[in-house]
Design a protein around this ligand. Structure first.
Ligand code: NAD
Length: 492
């Protein structure tokens, strides 16, 4: 993809220029520039929030059918540009084009379709005569202006997960993508305008976290902040939002346990562990990172995972035969490599991988680390790379204890043929999602969000609409008679 100049954002239905500094979007698989952008700053955030505020009233007052019609048109526009979106997604992330084509882009489009439908079935309007002579009704109103901040790992999906429920609920949005990966978010905004979304309802501002992210999170004109990214930055964002007492939703890091009981289908568990740990080169907040395996199966599991990992094709992300592309940057690759390099000193055994390959690009191979100590960094901290650790458990109590021995609680899986074990794991593992005999599948109907250091609130599904709605109670006297008894309790 040739280097082009891209806008610094999309405000009130049109591209904008930023004041700088200039920033180069890089293809991490080659190190070559993909696009140049003059970064925006707080002035552009002010303009975007004003545009959103101006547009939200009419958008919020539109009928469900009107909102649904526009979002449906956006889904069709995205469908028509699916190839472009997949190419852009791979160009700025380095992810395998097969993943972009078969997961990121179709998953995003399905999400748009889902919320086009959801716009028409927003439930919660209830009425009742709770006091006998008054009628209560519940209005579910859009929160107003939403500030969204998204990460680089699934740029289009993360933007869609934030923006679509907000639009379906009648909110207007100001979104900051990661400055490493702004291409598909800008295309989404352009296509939304072309599909008929009123100007100002969805705005994008491209800039750094310190400038644009902080300006959005701390903006007095933003009514709710929704953030996906690291736990450390999420906590900073929460502090910024607290300046004005603004609502927040946080989707943060993860360290998913992958529990293999001794009655599991071992081949299925091995295949699931490889797919679950290497998806998006491991840069996935729900990725399987801690395989916790029954002692009886331990050696076979380690040998089997190593064998399947050896067959994974890492390389040119534009080649459809490639399974795994590069990481997001050489800086991130070096962080992953250093964590792996420190692991043996803490008792671990690197079974496979662990070596930075020669040549350009931020590549890092599938890496399997066995015999990890529970106290070790590689077991406890988020690596966000293609690295799976394995440790053994002694009995089911030990398995549950190990699974929960983390500050995170985003996702987990349990592998067993025993229905009672599966039930116990699904009840006892503290996480927003527990898969049984699988790991990773996620579709628009499924709520996504964590507990503990993984944050709170939900993306996806009907539950995510709650993040963008407020409940208003309206109570009307329906007798026309002065309420003597009631008033006397106050005034007598
Ligand atoms: P990050 O926290 O570094 O950045 C996320 C976003 O926050 C980016 O747009 C960044 O520019 C912005 N930001 C940075 N500093 C900021 C500040 N001071 N104020 C406001 N905004 C700021 O995360 P990342 O490196 O882009 O993404 C990787 C992380 O995201 C991992 O920890 C991963 O687990 C997490 N993640 C979580 C989910 C989830 O759904 N729970 C999904 C994807 C990624």
């Amino acid at each position: 993809m040739a280097t082009t100049s891209i806008p610094s954002g999309w405000i009130a239905g049109a591209p904008i220029g930023g004041a700088g500094p200039d920033h180069t979007v890089v293809d991490p698989a080659t190190g070559e520039p993909v696009a140049e952008v003059a970064l925006a700053g707080s002035a552009e955030v002010d303009a975007a929030v004003s545009a959103a505020r101006a547009a939200q009233r009419d958008w919020g007052a539109a009928t469900p059918a009107q909102r649904s019609q526009v979002l449906g048109a956006l889904a069709a526009a995205l469908d028509a540009q699916a190839d472009l979106l997949a190419e852009q997604e791979t160009a700025h992330t380095g992810k395998a084009i097969r993943l972009s084509r078969e997961f990121d882009v179709p998953g995003s489009i399905d999400n748009v379709r889902f919320f086009a439908g959801a716009a028409r079935i927003l439930e919660g309007k209830a009425s009742g005569e709770y006091s006998g002579d008054h009628t209560s009704s519940i209005r579910r109103e859009p929160v107003g202006v939403v500030g969204s901040i998204t990460p680089w790992n699934y740029p289009l999906q993360m933007a869609v997960w934030k923006v679509l429920p907000a639009l379906a609920a009648g909110c207007a949005v100001v979104l900051k993508p990661s400055e490493l990966t702004p291409l598909t978010t800008l295309t989404l905004a352009r296509l939304a305008t072309e599909a008929g979304l009123p100007d100002g309802v969805f705005n994008v501002v491209v800039g750094t976290g310190a400038d644009v992210g902080a300006a959005i999170a701390g903006h007095p004109g933003v009514d709710t902040v929704t953030f996906t990214g690291s736990t450390a930055v999420g906590r900073t964002v929460m502090g910024q939002a607290a300046t004005h007492g603004t609502r927040v939703q946080l989707e943060l890091g993860g360290k998913a346990p992958f529990v293999v009981f001794d009655d599991a289908d071992l081949d299925a568990a091995i295949a699931g562990a490889v797919a679950g740990s290497l998806i998006n080169a491991g840069q996935d907040c729900t990725a399987a990172t801690r395989a916790i395996v029954a002692a009886d199966l331990y050696d076979d599991f380690v040998a089997g995972v190593a064998e399947v990992m050896r067959s994974v094709v890492m390389g040119d992300p534009r080649d459809p035969a490639t399974d795994m592309g590069s990481l997001i940057s050489t800086a991130h690759r070096d962080k992953v490599a250093q964590m792996v390099a420190r692991a043996p000193a803490q008792g671990a055994r690197v079974v496979l991988g662990g070596q930075v390959p020669d040549g350009p690009g931020a590549f890092y191979p599938p890496t399997l680390i066995a015999d990890v100590a529970e106290s070790s960094e590689i077991y406890r901290d988020e690596v966000f790379g293609p690295v799976l650790t394995v440790s053994a458990f002694t009995d089911d109590d030990d398995a549950m204890r190990r699974a929960n021995d983390t500050i995170y609680g985003l996702a987990a899986s349990a592998w067993t043929r025993d229905v009672y074990r599966a039930g116990r794991a699904s009840r006892e593992i503290h996480a927003g999602c527990v898969w049984i005999n699988d790991h990773i599948p996620i579709l628009s109907e499924m709520p996504h969000g964590g507990v503990g250091a993984s944050g709170f609130g939900k993306d996806m599904s009907m539950y995510s609409l709650e993040e963008y709605l407020t409940v208003k109670h309206v109570m009307s006297d329906n007798t026309g008679v002065v309420q003597k008894d009631w008033h006397r309790t106050v005034f007598a």
